[in-house]
Design a protein around this ligand. Sequence first.
Ligand SMILES: *[C@@H]1O[C@H](CO)[C@@H](O)[C@H](O)[C@H]1NC(C)=O
Ligand SMILES: *[C@@H]1O[C@H](CO)[C@@H](O)[C@H](O)[C@H]1NC(C)=O
Ligand SMILES: *[C@@H]1O[C@H](CO)[C@@H](O)[C@H](O)[C@H]1NC(C)=O
Length: 364
Amino acid sequence: MTNISVLLCFIILAIGSSMVMPNVSSAKQEVHTYELKKGDFSVNFTNWGASIISLVLPDRYGKLADVVLGYDSLKEYMNDSSYIGAVVGRFANRIGGAQFTLEGKHYSVVANEGKNTLHGGKRGFSDVVWKVKKYDNEGDAPSIVFTYHSSDGEEGFPGDLLVSVKYTLFGDKRLKVKMEAKALNKPTPVNLAQHTYWNLGGHNSGDILSNKIKIFASHITVVDSQLIPTGKFAPVKGTPYDFLKPHLVGSRIKKLPKGYDINYVLDGPASDKKLKRVAVVYDSKSGRSLALSTSAPGVQFYSGNFLKDVKGKGGAVYEAHAGLCLETQGFPDAVNHPDFPSTIVSPGKPYNHVMLFKFSTKAP
Ligand SMILES: *[C@@H]1O[C@H](CO)[C@@H](O)[C@H](O)[C@H]1NC(C)=O
Ligand SMILES: *[C@@H]1O[C@H](CO)[C@@H](O)[C@H](O)[C@H]1NC(C)=O
Ligand SMILES: *[C@@H]1O[C@H](CO)[C@@H](O)[C@H](O)[C@H]1NC(C)=O
């Protein structure tokens, strides 16, 4: 082939494997899909919200299934209100009263859940087009890097912020998510979280109530009726929140008003350098298991309580508990709780957050 026809082939392939949405971005960036593949483990992404849109894994007999909730088209991701698969920010989880004070200055941010801010406001990082800075679907550790420049004042947050999220497949069915952010001119709160909904039986296999889960946390951050932390920690011992020993997700869920939607204080170690164990999820029907560790101090365990008639991939309809989220992060509303681990990032102090997923299968 001549150079030109190679180039043409490449362009045709690129168009064939992605969907170009008209005028969705302010930054002239188009929205596409990207695949990372390593053997029988493959993950697809879009630069809309730096999202995971599929993750395919074998079960204990080698049969493949897509184990994350999602949509068929990029248009539906853009219309999504459940943060399916996306990276949320600038501040994941809630900010009480949509305000905070930082270095003596008061800031109001955009409220989008009653009086409070959820996942960064009306148009958080899950609702913007990210740049694809690097895409390499070859070799032993295929990876993709998404970046986003959040402007000073965006959704009310102070200062320009350069954010990047790198996804890497490596080893035997391991996925690393590396989130970084750099404040360019002012200190600002930063809390990023990956909001994939997992269903290890397959995204269309029904609810996750029979998944067994272990969470490596002895305490939760207590919240009020609007899910804003009171500032207190409570032991999980003797409550339905206790997953120090593995339990079925559904075994005690009826004792809670809607289901799980709470931040766990991970037990340790305290060092940012060493990853903490977060959770192990096991689906006994398929034999698939997920083990997650992180550098973040907390994890929001969300049992998909608010999913309702969501029209998902391949005709699936997602109802409550169709998937579960394990959103490692700083503590909710940390910006209003001086006792919580700091979420303030400044020009000399960048933000780093690693998630490490290990997938495997177990015999019955
Ligand atoms: C992932 O993307 C590749 C390339 O576009 C496509 O062939 C594959 O079907 C996608 N996988 C899923 C599960 O959608
Ligand atoms: C997209 O935006 C450009 C410039 O803003 C405009 O000229 C064009 O008509 C738009 N296209 C669509 C399909 O809306
Ligand atoms: C957008 O989402 C809403 C629910 O959040 C749904 O009712 C509506 O049908 C969706 N529109 C499209 C075009 O998918």
